[in-house]
Each structure stands twice: as C-alpha cells, then as structure tokens.
Design a protein. Structure first.
Length: 278
C-alpha cells in the first residue's frame, strides 16, 4: 500500500509508523484516517513485527483533525431525510473511532513519541497506545471544547484510565495545555526527554528491548492487561488461566531458561516461523 500521510519502516521486529505531513503540522485528513487503520491492521497480521513506535516529522506531533476536512465529515450522507443523514454521520464518527481502536486492538505493544503540540485528535491517538513518551517541549490539549464540540474519537473514554479523574475533567472542560513535566507527574507519559532526537533514540531503545522478548509472551501480556481493564479481577484470573493452559507448552519457556543457564541472550522465533518453514 502506497502511503500519503504516513511513513512505515520495519527493522528487526520494530515497526516505526511516522506521521508525515509536517507542513500541515501532521493534521489528520481523510487519507490519514484510512491509512492509520490499514497500517495497524496489517501490523497486527504481520507476525514478524513485535512492537510499533508512532513518531512524527516536524516540530509538532499532530494538530489533530484537519479542519479542511471537517465540513465533508459533517456532510456525511446524501439523503434528504434528516434522520438518515444523522444516522450516516453517526456511522462516520464510529468509523473514525475504529481507526484508533485498531491501535488499541493491535496484538503488539504500541509506543508513542510526542514532540511539540499533541492536540485534539493527537490526544485521541496517543491514548490508544500502550505507552507514551515525550520531549520537553511537548504539550497535550483536548481542543475540541474550544471549537464547540465534545471529543468523540476516544480521549474521554481512554484518558480516565491513564490519569486522575479530576485532572482529566479539568483538561476536557477547559482545553488548557498539559505540559511535559505535568504530563510526566500525572502518569500520562512514562518519561520526558530533552529534545526530539533524544526522545526518538530512547523510545526506539525500549522498543528493541520489547522486540527481544518472546513474542508469544508479549502478545499474551497485552491481551491480559487490556482484558483486565474492562473486567473483574476474578474474570481476569480466569482468562489468564485459560490462556496459559494453552500457551505454556511453547518452546519459548525452554529457550528463556536455557539461555539464562548458558548466560546468553535468548533468541525467540517469530510467531509464524513454523508455518514459513513448512
């Protein structure tokens, strides 16, 4: 697939998905929405990929929704009937939601590296990721409130799982900037780095560390963490018991223990290695 708004590079199990509209501050036009979902659905199926990192070009991570495309979204549906037009708009909004849900559902961990402004849809995007890191110049804004709308692509649903409820409400109601240091102290980001280059270097190091682990164990861990977020502890324990009843037969356990005894780095096969060999 030829990409218009993104760049995709895959090396040693690490996929870098780069937002690539720097002249437009990486604003999210219709092509972006199509491409981000397609890329992460493909990464989910590509069993040679073990982790993904979302980065961006230019001084800002993303200005959010490209307002030039806002009119076409609001005009969804060609029917003259008002009820049918509203139904079409609802379907359009749900389709945009699914574009970022594809990140959350992707079987691999997804890391976000944020520099400069992360505004509106940018916050929707990074809250769908597993971990977030930022440069010292980064700031986060739930901008929708300032244009007279309620954020509708995931921020209000995912951010409460990441930061305190009162702070989340303050940001959503006021649209104020959450700067890097405060983002770190409240737990939205895991670490703050001096600049864009040091940020990307550090995040890629973490990604390579994840890629060196058992891909089966990493997939299972993400599955369990996501499941636990929406279920009781008892349900989660039952789910992991069933999962491991099937997965503990993996040869990855032997490789992990054997490499530790031999004092070497473990080498784990890709998930589909046996199918490729046959």
């Amino acid at each position: 697939m030829e990409l218009e708004t993104l760049q995709l590079e895959i090396c040693d199990g690490v996929a870098e998905v780069k937002l690539n509209r720097p002249d437009q501050r990486n604003a999210m036009n219709p092509a972006f929405w199509r491409e981000i979902r397609s890329v992460f659905e493909d990464l989910d199926r590509n069993e040679e990929v073990r982790v993904a990192v979302i980065t961006s070009t230019g001084p800002h991570f993303s200005a959010g929704l490209d307002l030039k495309s806002f009119g076409s979204i609001m005009a969804s549906g060609s029917s003259g009937d008002e009820g049918r037009r509203r139904h079409a708009l609802r379907r359009t909004i749900m389709d945009l939601q699914d574009c970022f849900t594809a990140i959350n559902k992707c079987r691999i961990p997804v890391l976000a590296a944020v520099q400069g402004g992360c505004i509106g849809g940018g916050v929707d995007l990074v809250t769908a990721c597993d971990m977030r890191y930022c440069a010292s110049d980064a700031y986060f804004v739930i901008k929708e409130i300032d244009i007279g709308m309620t954020a509708d692509v995931g921020t209000l649903q995912r951010l409460p799982n990441l930061i305190a409820d009162g702070l989340m409400r303050e940001l959503a109601y006021t649209g104020r900037k959450l700067h890097a240091d405060e983002a770190r102290s409240c737990g939205l980001v895991n670490a703050v780095h001096a600049d864009h280059n040091s940020l990307n270097f550090a995040v890629m190091e973490i990604a390579r560390d994840i890629a060196a682990k058992s891909p089966l164990a990493i997939t299972g861990t993400k599955e369990m963490i996501n499941y636990a977020r929406e279920h009781t502890v008892e349900d989660g324990l039952n789910h992991i018991a069933t999962w491991n009843a099937g997965m503990l037969v993996s040869e990855d356990l032997g490789e992990a223990m054997g490499s530790a005894q031999e004092k070497r780095a473990p080498v784990f096969k890709d998930l589909d290695s046996d199918q490729k060999a046959s």
